[in-house]
Design a protein around this ligand. Sequence first.
Ligand SMILES: Nc1ncnc2c1ncn2[C@@H]1O[C@H](COP(=O)(O)OP(=O)(O)OP(=O)(O)O)[C@@H](O)[C@H]1O
Ligand SMILES: [Mg+2]
Length: 375
Amino acid sequence: MAFLELIDIAKYFGNVAAINNVTLPIQQGEFLTLLGPSGCGKTTLLRMVAGFETPDSGSILLNGEEIVGRPANKRPMGMVFQSYALFPHMTAEQNIAFGMQMQRKSREHIKQRCAELLELVGLGELGSRYSHQMSGGQQQRVALARALAVEPQVLLLDEPLSALDAKVRISLRNEIRRIQQQLKMTAIYVTHDQEEALSISDRIAVMAKGKIEQLDTPEKIYSNPQTAFSATFIGNSNQFRGSIESASQGISRVDGSEQRISFVPQPQLHDGENILIVIRPEDITVTHQSAETESSSNAITGEIELRTFLGPFTRLHVRMDRETVLTADIPNQQANEYQTGQTVVLGFAAQACKVLPIGEAEIALVKQVEIEAVS
Ligand SMILES: Nc1ncnc2c1ncn2[C@@H]1O[C@H](COP(=O)(O)OP(=O)(O)OP(=O)(O)O)[C@@H](O)[C@H]1O
Ligand SMILES: [Mg+2]
């Protein structure tokens, strides 16, 4: 049995299912991230674990014991919020001490733990500062220390870094991961930032519309998405909607085009099925002329529309037809060989194509991701 188990949880606000029958086992010492777009139910799920919200149905077991119905202050959880939520009239040290005073710990114990925790979160000298004397990142370190001070069995973090600027966000997320591993703490972390989720987690639960789409390691979520939503929400991708022409030979049509795409045949796919094909930009090679291609690989001709330097690599945007622009990532050293307006051939192996069945519901979800990416 898992350390913390959410079993068949549902939560409605009026008629809206904020959480729709979610089952989620979390191991002791695991860093689990809830990742999904705004409104998908991440905060609601976390608040039910914390005890700030009660599920309409389902169970939450901690160490095999039902905790639904137990008040928040009787649950062994520490929480860090998006806004720093420190007590403004207290110093960093007093903020950290607060929970321990509630637990009626001795004065010496509190003093020693405060010093240890300030050290742990890298604020050794700043114990006597008030919130207005600290940066956002420093305040969030205090909030983390305050959550850890009560020695929780589970640490809950709801977008703790989203109010911080990019540099601080990256250094603090590494700190959070280091501290969690050092303390072997079980943690549930909420974010809508896929890069953050990929970099920090043991496992990620990808959420959409109150449901878990996929629960997997970051590597698997990225390289082997199980649903069209997972594939399009995480990482950059080129996408083709189409239908399968020959499941046994691994050939698909592309909607609105003569183009055929070869993929590796899989037993669960069948002829005529509607699919989404996803190809990562780093899996596409660019050449000036069509080389001799193997039958298992794909070649698409197009015109370079845009070249963007992204630091470690360069991304080419290549127009295939009126509707479709594909992106390919190439090493910077090669970037000068490719200018906008040139015709090029994009090549990718059948193995690079992820083929995901797509119904009406998935189409709606994927469209939502596209709209959010544009806006
Ligand atoms: N107290 C509430 N009353 C009514 N509806 C609510 C309430 N809290 C949340 N909701 C609704 O439940 C759904 C899930 O909300 P939730 O806050 O869990 O999303 P989220 O994934 O945390 O989003 P975000 O990334 O924007 O924080 C949304 O449709 C939201 O409008
Ligand atoms: Mg939220």
